[in-house]
Design a protein around this ligand. Structure first.
Ligand code: CDP
Ligand code: MG
Length: 738
């Protein structure tokens, strides 16, 4: 018995082994100079440390004493925050002392630029201040956000602070989701939604005040809004205009808005110790996971914010973290993992704001959504992969793709700043100091200069703005990009020879969809498949979150998915998923059994209802639908309707097994997730290009090239689609007979 006992004691427990394994794998960091805070912490600590005699006055105390850290960390404890009433929380925000000054400035000026540190209360407080002093008596206050998630979560927070039901006095409006009512006076919305509102109400008469928030992000829609609201403000002297930004280059905004005054208020920021990797990291997701665990095991408490580039990476990191912390028992404390990205369902988004349970540590895995739009309390550690997904557009080839791109220095510093909001923090950059200095641009290029402008041009045209070259852009888009957008709209039939909006174009502009998709919907009437095409559009609109593929059940998930494959392509497969779901009367259980994400499906169904309403508005006969599955043309007509919008995206199979786009001879590949991945049809039309390791076409349909001549005779000639092989063969064949 003793021997046995001894043997057991000598043997390491499984937990111990796992723990050692976890410690073995480390990322090496070098610490550099701390990022200085704009701290009024020093004054604060002085008053707090009155008793300690040696409270030195020396000013370069970038790092705080243990005591101060403990003091500051108190702010974090969930009990502490919960104990504070909403009123106290609001009054503790850096913007609060400037409330009256700010309101006075806005009384005296029509346009005001507000600049303040992220998390200081611009988005949640300023609209409330305006409401409190009566700005909402005669109209609404509109606040734009570049991101859907931010619009929703901020509105929820403000509703909570005002103790009203979300959707009543405080609401939000994002594409395909309107959570407002007649009562709504504070309306948070995406910048794209305000842009749409211009179509119905070009003077925005419903608003007394507009706040273009997160202006520093310079999204495409925000940039276009600048030009439009500047114009409206000139016309409507009663309209107040606030432009708010987290970064300090406010002069540019001021210049643009005819020298509007800049209202800057100091934030509260603690110093952040900076760490860089010794060597470049080959796999930043892996490095982020290891660093997270390193922090979790070795660092004092405080939550972690990890910046990655997208849903896939976030899910991978989440799985890795779960796997590696499993089987450690009580060796480490609990790690609460919270993902956040734009397509995450809203109930799951709310989780990031839930207080961390005592003794646990929260790790938030985020896209750059958490860079400035969202503030999560309690973050002490930031891990920055140094990349973000960005659209990139080449007007010459007309190709737009989403590419993982290095962030700018400005972004990197914003990210680091997130660690110093409630206490001194630490930022771990998963790249070298050299790389930061030499490889990152100073600032991010505004989106308007690197994206396809089709949508925006169509919208401006429907607002009657014809001369786009002279539109008052803060930073104008490249002329080539504008011309390309005009050409594309012309090819789609939305513009005539004179560059004026056609009847078709006017109808297209009604849909909150990409012009190519709008065209498909409108054309589907002629192909008698309105319902099907709308379904496809909705399924495409919810993004790539229809199929659920848990790692441990990957084979089952893939098989389930294969069952939905139909000849014709991915669009048909998506249509099939929706129609089968509909047959089960929208069953959740069915989704579950077939590895389909029920949330995404419900969202697609919601969108569908709205698109049906819009069809009525532009007089597309939705009910007049004669084809059914048994008809021969059922699927081919759906494909034709898709092709009528996307004919531009045609690619042809080459002998090499790759594809080349028809117009530009650009090499592209079928995405491995496509149901056509093995079929390799000769002709395809793709929905979009994504660039990962190669340039991939995602969501494709098989095309009969003759359709191109039928659908887009102005765009393709017979010679475009002639078969090279046949041509060759014909020549080589010996003359018949004799
Ligand atoms: O706009 P700005 O970055 O200046 O700050 P804000 O978004 O108005 O946030 C002010 C404070 O509200 C944050 O520091 C959070 O403490 C709190 N907040 C929250 O608790 N939950 C949210 N969904 C948003 C903000
Ligand atoms: Mg904000």
């Amino acid at each position: 018995a003793t021997a046995q006992f001894g043997a057991r004691a000598g043997k390491k427990s499984k937990e111990d082994k796992n723990f050692e394994l976890l410690l073995e794998n480390q990322v090496d960091f070098i610490q550099t100079k701390a990022l200085q805070g704009i701290v009024d912490v020093k004054n604060k600590s002085k008053t707090k440390k009155k008793k300690s005699k040696d409270s030195s006055e020396d000013s370069d105390s970038s790092s705080m004493s243990e005591e101060e850290i403990v003091e500051a960390e108190k702010l974090l404890t969930t009990e502490e925050k919960q104990r504070l009433s909403i009123k106290q929380q609001r009054e503790s925000l850096p913007i609060y002392p400037y409330r009256d000054q700010l309101l006075a400035a806005l009384r005296d000026h029509q346009v005001l630029i507000i600049v303040g540190e992220t998390g200081s209360g611009k988005t949640t407080q300023v609209p409330q201040y305006l409401h409190e002093i009566g700005y909402t008596k005669f109209g609404k206050i509109g606040v734009t956000q570049p991101r859907r998630v931010a619009a929703m979560s901020v509105a929820a927070r403000v509703a909570q602070e005002m103790n009203v039901k979300l959707g009543h006095e405080v609401g939000y409006s994002i594409r395909f989701e309107d959570c407002t009512s007649d009562k709504t006076v504070l309306k948070y919305m995406t910048d794209g939604m305000l842009l749409r509102e211009f179509l119905g109400d070009p003077r925005l008469d419903g608003y007394t005040c507009l706040m273009i928030d997160e202006a520093h992000e310079r999204t495409l829609h925000t940039d276009v809004l600048f030009g439009l609201v500047k114009d409206v403000a000139r016309e409507r002297k009663d309209l107040k205009l606030l432009i708010s930004s987290a970064t300090m280059d406010a002069e540019k905004f001021s210049d643009y808005f005819d020298g509007a005054p800049v209202f800057k208020f100091p934030g509260r920021r603690y110093p952040v110790d900076m760490f860089y990797t010794k060597q470049p990291e080959a796999d930043y997701v892996e490095a982020a996971v290891i660093t997270t665990l390193q922090i979790h095991v070795t660092q004092p408490r405080g939550d972690i914010l990890v910046f990655l580039t997208g849903q896939e990476e976030i899910e991978t990191a989440q799985e890795m973290l779960q796997q590696r912390t499993r089987g450690l028992g009580t060796k480490i404390s609990e790690l609460m993992i919270c993902p956040i990205y734009s397509t995450l369902p809203s109930d799951m988004q709310a989780k990031i704001f839930e207080p961390t349970p005592p003794g646990a540590r929260k790790v938030v895995l985020a896209t750059n959504i958490a860079e400035t739009s969202l503030t999560i309390d309690g973050i002490i550690y930031v891990i920055d992969c140094g990349f973000a997904k960005q659209t990139s557009y080449n007007p010459r080839t007309g190709m737009e793709s989403l590419i993982v791109t290095p962030i700018s220095k400005a972004s990197a510093n914003q990210r680091a700043g997130r660690a110093g909001r409630v206490a001194p923090g630490k930022c771990f950059r998963l790249y070298t100091a050299w790389s930061f200095q030499n490889e990152l641009d100073d600032t991010t290029i505004p989106e308007i200069q690197r994206t396809n402008l089709g949508n925006v041009v169509l919208m401006l045209k429907s607002l009657g703005i014809n001369d786009l070259i002279h539109f008052d852009f803060m930073d104008p888009p490249p002329a080539e990009t504008l011309i390309r957008a005009l050409e594309q709209l012309y090819a789609l039939g939305a513009l005539n020879d004179e560059g004026e909006l056609t009847k078709l174009g006017r109808r297209m502009a009604e849909f909150p969809l990409d012009p190519m998709l709008s065209k498909c919907v409108i054309q589907s009437e002629a192909f008698k498949c309105v319902d099907q095409v709308i379904t496809v559009c909705c399924m495409l609109s919810v993004g790539n979150s229809i199929f659920f593929r848990p790692k441990e059940k990957a084979i089952h998930a893939d098989n389930a998915r294969k069952n939905f494959f139909r000849p014709g392509g991915d669009h048909i497969c998506l249509l099939n998923v929706f129609e089968q779901w509909k047959e089960t009367n929208y069953s959740t259980q069915w989704c579950f059994e077939n590895f389909i994400q029920v949330r995404s499906m419900k969202r697609a169904r919601d969108i569908k209802e709205q698109l049906i309403e819009l069809c009525k508005r532009v007089e597309i006969d939705y009910a007049e639908e004669t084809l059914s599955v048994v008809d021969d043309e059922y699927y081919s007509n759906v494909r034709k309707a898709i092709a009528s919008g996307f004919f531009y995206n045609t690619a042809k199979l080459q002998k090499s097994g790759n594809y080349k786009t028809l117009k530009n001879q650009h090499t592209v590949h079928i995405h491995p997730s496509s149901c056509m991945f093995e079929a390799l049809p000769k002709w395809v039309i793709y929905h979009e290009l994504v660039y990962t390791t190669k340039e991939y076409m995602r969501n494709i349909i098989e095309l009969n090239p003759d359709w191109l001549l039928e659908i887009a005779p102005h765009y393709y000639k017979k010679s475009d689609i002639e078969d090279d092989d046949k041509k060759e063969k014909k020549v080589k064949m010996p003359p018949k007979g004799k």
